[in-house]
Ligand binder design. Structure first.
Ligand SMILES: Nc1nc2c(c(=O)[nH]1)N[C@H]1C(S)=C(S)[C@@H](COP(=O)(O)O)O[C@H]1N2
Ligand SMILES: [Mo]
Length: 328
């Protein structure tokens, strides 16, 4: 079964769709998270256990926010155990189980994110101040890894556009670069030369400003686990997973398109855009279908991969007139 809601941006409020009681408790719970995180510098991140709140009851339509309307998926989220146990986070090793086994002691407090470059108001945020820039909401997005598997993840966060507006891009800003933590004392994977460290990613400014592009602080109703990119990461649902950088420490607005880690490592295989595209194969494998994690039984069928990972109605216009084979 494959449900996808392609209703454009006109969307009834969640309160009209979700049973009132569920909606209320969800809202209360989300407010709770926001308050806990904003409350003190100890906040959510020191008090992980206290915050490991029960996962809120799931309704048919989760966490709708007017910004993203029809982009919410109704697919069943991937099991929490899979989403937190099968990861790509090469700073902790290249095996899928490495991040969950080796990232647990990642120090996420204190944490700062500096935002600078082509902006009128460069700033260095500590995590609490950063989280307060937007209202935390839950959004269930598909994540499609370039390797041919996918998951459905209920993220907690807000549109990155809130942060970009806060620092006031100058007229010359055209790209947004994301720099992630590279601390060899905490990250055993840095000893390997598979990638240039730090892991860096980037988006065009209009992609970064798109309401679907999300700055993420939590998942499954809880603060982000280290293996998923604590304490703050990106979720760009129409692009291959590697564009969604984890454990971000710097965001820089740039006039010129910067290189990115995977593009530098293998320019023929990983382009700057990396929009999910079933019609453009990776040089070493097809991108036409995907394996949904958790559906890997003997008889599980692969799923067809959708253009822009199913978000074409929302983001297709960003690429009008572009040759997506050339700009892969
Ligand atoms: N810093 C950093 N971010 C990263 C990666 C990485 O190795 N390092 N891997 C990427 C890849 S390839 C994918 S598919 C997603 C996986 O996110 P998840 O483990 O939360 O599902 O994170 C992306 N972000
Ligand atoms: Mo990936």
């Amino acid at each position: 079964m494959y449900f996808h809601r392609d209703r454009g941006f006109a969307q009834p409020a969640a309160s009209e769709i979700t049973p009132q009681s569920v909606y209320q408790s969800r809202r209360e719970w989300l407010r709770h998270l926001a308050l806990a995180a904003a409350g003190s510098s100890l906040g959510a991140f020191a008090a992980r256990d206290a915050l490991a709140a029960p996962i809120p009851p799931r309704a048919a339509l989760e966490g709708v926010h007017s910004d993203i309307g029809g982009a919410q998926t109704m697919e069943k989220p991937t099991a929490h155990e899979d989403a937190t146990g099968y990861n790509n986070f090469y700073e902790f090793g290249t095996d899928k189980a490495d991040p969950s086994q080796r990232a647990q002691s990642l120090k996420t407090q204190p944490w700062t994110v500096s935002v600078d470059g082509e902006v009128k108001s460069p700033r260095r945020f500590d995590l609490d101040a950063l989280m307060k820039l937007g209202a935390i909401e839950e959004r269930v997005y598909r994540l499609r890894c370039v390797e041919g598997w996918s998951m459905v993840i209920p993220w907690l966060g807000w549109s990155l556009s809130h942060l970009i507006k806060a620092v006031e891009p100058s007229g010359s800003a055209r790209f947004v670069q994301f720099v992630t933590l590279a601390d060899a004392t905490q990250m055993p994977g840095l000893g390997s030369r598979v990638l240039d460290w730090p892991y860096v990613e980037a988006l065009r400014l209009d992609e970064a400003m798109h309401p679907l592009t999300m700055l993420v602080f939590g998942m499954y109703g809880q603060v982000l686990p280290p293996q998923n990119g604590a304490p703050v990461r990106l979720a760009v649902p129409w692009k291959y997973g590697f564009k969604s950088a984890k454990s971000i420490v710097g965001i820089r607005l740039l006039a010129q398109q910067p290189g990115t880690s995977w593009e530098k490592a293998a320019p023929r295989e990983y382009g700057f855009y990396s929009n999910v595209n079933p019609n453009v194969d990776h040089p070493r494998w097809s991108q036409a279908s995907e394996r949904r994690i958790g559906e890997d039984g003997l008889f599980a069928k692969k799923r067809r991969t959708l253009p822009f990972n199913g978000y074409a109605a929302q983001v297709g216009a960003l690429y009008a007139g572009m040759d997506l084979r050339k700009f892969f």
